[in-house]
Design a protein. Sequence first.
Length: 207
Amino acid sequence: MKPFRIAVFASGEGTNFQAMVDAWQKGYFGATEATTIELLVSDKPQAPVVQRAIQAGVDTYVFRPKEYSSREQYEIEIVAELERRGIDLIVLAGYMRLLTPTIVNPYMGRMINVHPSLLPAFPGKDALGQALAYGVKLTGITVHFVDNGMDTGPIVAQQAIEVQPHDTAETLAERIHEIERKLYPQVVAQIAQGKVTLEGRQVIVET
């Protein structure tokens, strides 16, 4: 059997990427030869996540968006690299570029993202700030498949946390990131092990 190959897209510090690598190396996704983190894709050559990938022995595909005339142009090259490597799943982990149908369409149902709210509440930018401004008592994270809308894809998993009376965006973000680093690898493991089925907007997860 060919390995289940994962590509992680990230632009920044790479804490979610590191959580994926740690889970993979510990066999959390199944046998390491059966599931591999094949590639890190980053639009920031100097981002700490690139060094994390190098240290973990994960290949990198790094590009500079300003060198291209459009998003579609560099996405065509990325898709070619993903296809060459036989990537089965794209994991967006703090990738700060908007995606176009050029890459979304061929990987529809095979690309996931984590968002810091209980979607469909507070999509888009500054979800934590939106939640605090609205005065919600609960927020959380959502792992969802990516479609061509803004955080509108089918939901795979959610986890809620309480908003404390004196929370700031910073204190809330710290707790959000803590549960992200646990739930996101869990979802990747379920997908890699064939436990997640997408039927329209319904996502069925085997227990």
